[in-house]
Write a protein that binds this ligand. Structure first.
Ligand code: GAL
Length: 707
């Protein structure tokens, strides 16, 4: 090749590398909100994650029989079976999956197929070792595990296109395949190789009008890190003291999240173009925060969630599980979603991660998911594996296939599905309270975690639980959500705020909304740069208070007096508030700023802003704040539920579907506002409901009485 040709070749390769994956594919748009029950032929999805490739073919028919007997009507298949579907480069074998589908479909079970890209075959990684991601230290991962690839690697993109296209071509007319799950739990690992660095530089170039503008926005003059060429921009890889510019690091988080979305969209575009009558989803991880699900889910038709409530060891873990469910629903405009992996047994990889739960609790968790807007439950997994990393991760059956108590529990719920389906069809979760999750703030706190005991998500849980204990549904909002339907928005530690979000919140309050902010709100602009305004920056006027003094607390405990004239412990951070127009709700109880404001309430436009300058471990503190916010918003909070009991509601016009869930081994009594009809028995329930241990009660308004 002469020099010109060589030059041209490199330009072409560079252009190929830097082109977003989706640019090579026909652009498509997700379907309008999908009715998942209708999609599954009028049945609420009740399924299992099944791995026929792990078992002798002679077992398949018996498995399908047992599934059908338990009311199972859905399976997810093949999401780790790349090596069995493409046995060598370009050589495909779908015969085994066709046979498995035939057996399952023959028992009334329909399937979603996983595109198997989360686990690239050994032959692929051996031929193209550069597919493996590179860690912060610059070391390329060697073959093993899963999700070990670089999202920008051209060899991986080409291999993805090949397997996804082949699967779409083979199954496009298959009536027993109703949709696709793309990959598996996208979101890591971030990669720090040269291809990703070039892609990041390209991303920056598209975002900032000039290098000068980037230098300005990031404040690169600090330590003289000013860049003279786009190619000088590093990744936040391992460096001395592990410190990078917070602005660069935040943009890298955004870049990686966008790359995950682009990879999802790349696959979705292929599938949608070739199989337009099938629907597309991705299975996600609830509170996982390395990606912004609200951005990512613009690529798919509906959200799926892998629901493992057993991981929640925190206080009142059913609230933690509920929050994750609500976040998943909120990540795609509050549309109903699917549980693609529901906990069906003990978790474990190298060791057991939790003890066994009382078997009845698995049913309570599955009902909790329905209560929070899931229109289907698919259990992970049908049978515990004999092989590999997940031998300790229990499915419904154990390796011996004995119909054990977990199977009996699943089958019991399977028998209940027809009544539940009839009650839930067309219903949604409707909430007056929104909890704003800011991906930018979460990332910024990862980059600079304030103090050692700071935890953004803990605050989400504390506020969330206070409203839920008072029987309020809560929606999770993202900055791009529509705020107009809410009476109260709680935005804890809203640290990174762009102008658009600040303006949206001002409008929300002006129009009569109640906004609850907590410490460290309004501190940084969209570039993770500290504001020059008096804190809380863009919210100072709204809050009617100024902060000229704050106290990060690593070890010291404070007390706050009020709200409601009690004394509460306080910790983590103390903003000392100076009201300008606000009323004081609580003051600090100790030290040099004793008597100064710790929480305030301000009237602004037609609305109210409550600013909470600290954090308390006391749930009662948050109950008082919730009551104060409800009072401002003219909402009536109901009688607090007993510890261990949840009440959640779905609505369909005037019809309410009320779920009462008892997570404890003790009976509890709950008083309701009227008599309701029991969905499972058809009987009228008295207003005072007694819930037995681990009991679930699904209630609905009684049919209208005659004139
Ligand atoms: C999920 C994953 C499954 C399985 C399960 C148990 O996160 O999607 O493939 O690995 O965990 O470990």
């Amino acid at each position: 090749m002469n020099n010109k040709l060589i030059g041209g070749f490199f330009v072409a390769v560079a252009a190929f590398i830097l082109m977003p994956a989706s640019a090579w594919t026909q652009q498509t748009a997700p379907k309008p909100p999908l009715d998942l029950i209708q999609w599954n032929d009028g049945k609420l999805i009740y399924g299992v994650d099944y791995y026929p490739e792990h078992w002798d073919e002679s077992q398949w028919a018996k498995d399908a029989e047992m599934m059908q007997a338990a009311g199972i009507n859905f399976v997810r298949l093949a999401e780790f079976a790349w090596v069995k579907l493409e046995t060598a480069e370009g050589r495909f074998d779908f015969a085994w999956l066709d046979r498995a589908l035939k057996v399952l479909n023959g028992h009334g079970i329909r399937a979603v197929l996983g595109t198997p890209t989360a686990s690239p075959p050994a032959w692929l990684m051996a031929k193209y070792p550069d597919i493996a991601a590179t860690n912060e230290e610059g070391i390329r991962y060697r073959y093993g595990s899963r999700r070990n690839y670089c999202l920008h690697n051209p060899n991986f993109i080409a291999a993805t296109r090949r397997i996804v296209t082949a699967m779409a071509e083979h199954y496009k007319n298959h009536p027993g395949v109703i949709g696709w799950q793309i990959d598996n739990e996208l979101g890591d690992p971030p990669c720090y190789d040269a291809v990703c660095q070039a892609a990041f530089q390209k991303w920056c170039k598209a975002k900032y009008p000039s290098l000068e503008a980037l230098n300005q926005a990031w404040g690169t003059i600090f330590w003289g890190h000013t860049y003279g060429a786009w190619s000088e921009i590093p990744l936040p890889w391992n460096t001395l003291f592990q410190v990078h510019s917070p602005s660069l690091a935040l943009d890298y988080h955004r870049f990686f999240s966008d790359a995950s979305r682009d990879y999802l969209k790349f696959q979705a575009d292929i599938l949608r173009a070739m199989t337009p009558d099938k629907s597309i989803t991705h299975n996600e991880m609830g509170m996982f925060d390395q990606v912004d699900y609200s951005q990512m889910n613009t690529a798919i038709d509906f959200v799926s969630f892998d629901n493992y409530p057993m991981f929640n060891k925190d206080y009142a873990s059913y609230f933690q599980a509920g929050l994750a469910l609500d976040l998943m629903r909120g990540s795609k405009a509050n549309q109903n979603f699917l549980i693609m992996e529901e906990q069906a047994g003990m978790p474990g990889w190298k060791s057991y991660w939790a003890g066994n739960a009382p078997v009845a609790l698995y049913r309570v968790w599955a009902y909790q998911a329905l209560a929070h807007g899931a229109d289907g439950i698919c259990y992970f997994r049908w049978r515990t594996s004999r092989y590999g990393t997940e031998q300790y991760w229990h499915g419904i059956l154990d390796q011996d296939s004995y119909p054990n108590p977990r199977y009996a529990t699943v089958a019991r719920m399977g028998q209940e599905m027809p009544q539940v389906t009839a009650a839930l069809r067309g219903s949604k979760v409707v909430s007056a309270v929104g909890l704003l999750v800011s991906p930018d703030s979460r990332w910024a706190f990862h980059i600079q975690p304030l103090v050692k005991n700071f935890d953004y998500d803990r605050q989400l849980r504390l506020y969330y639980a206070a409203f839920r204990r008072a029987r309020m549904n809560v929606d999770v909002l993202f900055p791009s959500s529509d705020f107009s339907a809410y009476k109260i928005i709680v935005a804890p530690s809203l640290f990174v705020v762009d102008k658009a979000l600040a303006a949206k919140l001002v409008t929300f309050v002006q129009e009569g909304g109640t906004l609850v902010l907590s410490y460290r709100s309004g501190v940084k602009d969209a570039h993770n740069v500290v504001t020059q305004q008096t804190l809380p920056g863009p919210f100072a006027e709204l809050a009617g208070a100024a902060i000229h003094e704050y106290d990060p607390q690593v070890d010291q405990e404070q007390t706050v007096v009020g709200p409601g004239y009690s004394r509460f412990p306080a910790q983590v951070w103390f903003d000392v508030l100076e009201p300008t127009t606000a009323q004081v709700l609580a003051t600090y109880g100790k030290g040099s700023y004793a008597g100064k404001a710790a929480a305030t309430a301000n009237t602004y436009g037609n609305g109210t802003v409550i600013y909470v300058g600290t954090e308390s471990p006391s749930p009662v503190f948050y109950e008082r704040l919730a009551a104060r916010a409800a009072q401002a918003a003219k909402l009536r909070l109901a009688e607090t539920l007993p510890e261990g009991v949840e009440l959640a509601v779905r609505e369909n016009g005037d019809k309410k579907i009320i779920f009462l869930l008892n997570y404890t081994e003790n009976a509890h009594e709950v008083s309701l506002d009227q008599d309701y009809q029991n969905v499972l028995t058809g009987k009228t329930e008295p207003q005072k409901v007694v819930l037995g241990p681990f009991e679930v009660r699904v209630l609905t308004n009684p049919p209208p009485q005659g004139p």
